[in-house]
Design a protein around this ligand. Structure first.
Ligand code: ADP
Length: 495
């Protein structure tokens, strides 16, 4: 593995770990078993990491629980400084961390660099927020009493993260938890454990005490049992998950028995609406970003593209030209490439099925539509037209480089189509009509809305969904809420 990455300019081979991290030690699975990590661009094995099971996870939870007893007594400033150290180290090792993301997730290197910048920004943000976790003093009904609300850390937080942002989804959760005074047990996605281990290597160097951060790596086969323990252990206070709605539902149910705190960032089916008053050029730019970032593999990717009829031809021509000319498919290590492979064969088959079903149901293929001959996991940048609401490409989250276009007549129709989904994560729309901007923003059933903007993710923003897209918010000052509870204190006997 090291040879491959050194060939791409990796400077610190010490960031590459093939062991998990529990109680401040780099450890193997008790069983000694490993599972392989592959590069999706060529399916070659790049590393093997411990295939941990329930007993290993128990050890991680125990060490997080023990560490919490002292970590919760640290001052906010102490925690802030450690987060700031971690942030500085991530910035220093940005290039190496980006190489690791590209190696295991297939992302074009420029996007991997972007992810590391995004990922480290959560550490910077929460190093600042740590010092701003305020309580309240309420008005007392009696002069003999004073009423206070303290904000306290909940305890051990379990975190289960996805492969599409293998660095940032960890820092977004762990940054908030650590700032609040919680300790954590992280289970990264089986496709991308190396980024998690590299990030935590830097956390160790930043000075976080043993047990405060733990990483359990496990294969897909062992994940359900490990995940169940992470939800049900009496030593775990809460769980934070980013991934599919199907798995989010399983975890929500498992958390019910112990009445655990839970934060869920789940699937989306983002509408992208172009009204006739829109600036066509910037709408095309916005869609290129909102659709093709990470080859469409983001939960806030634009999925259902609705274009008002007066502007449809102009928009679709400009879009077709942009997709034809500006996208280069290939290995993410190649500088010209801006569309990498999909993460694994299941995702590729899923995108292929969605396109095939939509075409069979009457969608037209403007561009692409098939697997790309670059390798086993590549899909052609695709534009489908004449899409109807019942087609797979509108009903399901595509998670691939596929644009599905539908023409609409009036605002009412567009808003109704946008809201006719069980998801409500992100929406995007383009309009230069001020009152339309407000009308539509008010009516869209969505946790996040990009207006005349395709890139909404930032540490300062409150990320999260409504309906079946999840509960809770990450980033912003609200990102701390999942990791704290209010303790009401009534001090009596004052005379
Ligand atoms: P995807 O289908 O995109 O891989 P998932 O929701 O399946 O999305 O995966 C997101 C994360 O959830 C990964 O870390 C994965 O290992 C984990 N996961 C999958 N199944 C379970 C489960 N039954 N219990 C706990 N975690 C799970």
């Amino acid at each position: 593995m090291m040879e491959v990455l050194k060939g791409h300019g990796l400077r610190y081979a010490s960031l590459l770990h093939q062991e998990a991290y529990i109680g401040g030690k780099w450890v193997s699975a008790a069983s000694g078993k490993l599972f392989p990590v592959t590069n999706p661009a060529n399916s070659k094995v790049i590393a093997s990491v411990p295939d941990m099971e329930v007993t290993d996870t128990e050890a991680a939870i125990n060490s997080a629980y023990e560490a919490f007893q002292t970590w919760q007594t640290t001052t906010a400033r102490e925690r802030s400084l450690l987060l700031r150290n971690w942030y500085n180290l991530m910035e220093q090792h940005k290039e190496d961390l980006a190489l690791i993301v590209t190696a295991e997730a297939g992302k074009p290197l420029s996007e991997s660099r972007g992810e590391i910048g995004y990922g480290s920004s959560f550490l910077e943000w929460f190093s600042e927020e740590a010092k701003r976790i305020y309580g309240e003093v309420a008005q007392s009904p009696a002069s003999s009493k004073e009423l206070f609300f303290l904000r306290q850390p909940i305890g051990v937080a379990s975190m289960i993260t996805p492969w599409n942002f293998p660095n940032a989804m960890i820092t977004r959760k762990a940054g908030a938890a650590l700032a609040a005074g919680c300790t954590c047990v992280i289970k990264p996605a089986e496709d991308t454990p190396l980024s998690a281990l590299a990030a935590v290597d830097l956390a160790e160097k930043a000075g976080f005490p043993p047990g405060v951060i733990n990483v359990v790596t496990t294969s897909r086969a062992n994940t359900p049992a490990v995940g169940k323990l992470m939800c049900t252990s009496p030593k775990v206070a809460g769980i934070s998950f980013t991934g599919s709605t199907a798995i989010g539902r399983v975890l929500y149910e498992q958390c019910a028995s112990g009445i655990k705190r839970i934060g869920l960032e789940l699937g989306g089916n983002a509408p992208f609406i172009v009204f006739s008053s829109a600036d066509v050029k910037s709408a095309v730019e916005g869609l290129m970003v909102a659709k093709f970032r990470n080859s469409g593999q983001a939960c806030i990717s634009a999925n259902r593209i609705l274009v008002q009829e007066e502007i449809y031809d102009k928009f679709s021509e400009a879009l077709e030209e942009a997709v034809r000319k500006r996208l280069t498919v290939g290995d993410g290590f190649n500088k010209e490439v801006n569309i990498g492979p999909l993460i694994n064969i299941n995702q590729l088959k899923r995108v292929e099925r969605i396109v095939n079903e939509s075409v069979a149901a009457g969608a037209g293929v403007v561009l692409g539509g098939k697997c790309h001959d670059m390798g086993d996991l590549f899909f052609q940048p695709t534009i489908l037209c004449n899409v109807t609401e019942d087609m797979a490409c509108f009903q399901e989250e595509i998670f691939g480089p596929v644009i599905a276009l539908k023409k609409f007549k009036c605002e009412e129709e567009a808003v109704n189509i946008a809201n006719a989904s069980k998801f409500g994560l992100a929406c995007y729309f383009y309009s230069q009509d001020v009152s339309q901007v407000w009308r539509v923003a008010r009516r869209l059933e969505s946790g996040m809305i990009g207006i005349n903007e395709g890139l909404i993710s930032t540490a300062e923003g409150a990320f999260g969904g409504v309906k079946q897209s999840g509960i809770g918010r990450e980033g912003s000052r609200h990102g701390i809420d999942d990791y704290t509870y209010l303790k009401y204190i009534c001090l009596g006997g004052i005379n």
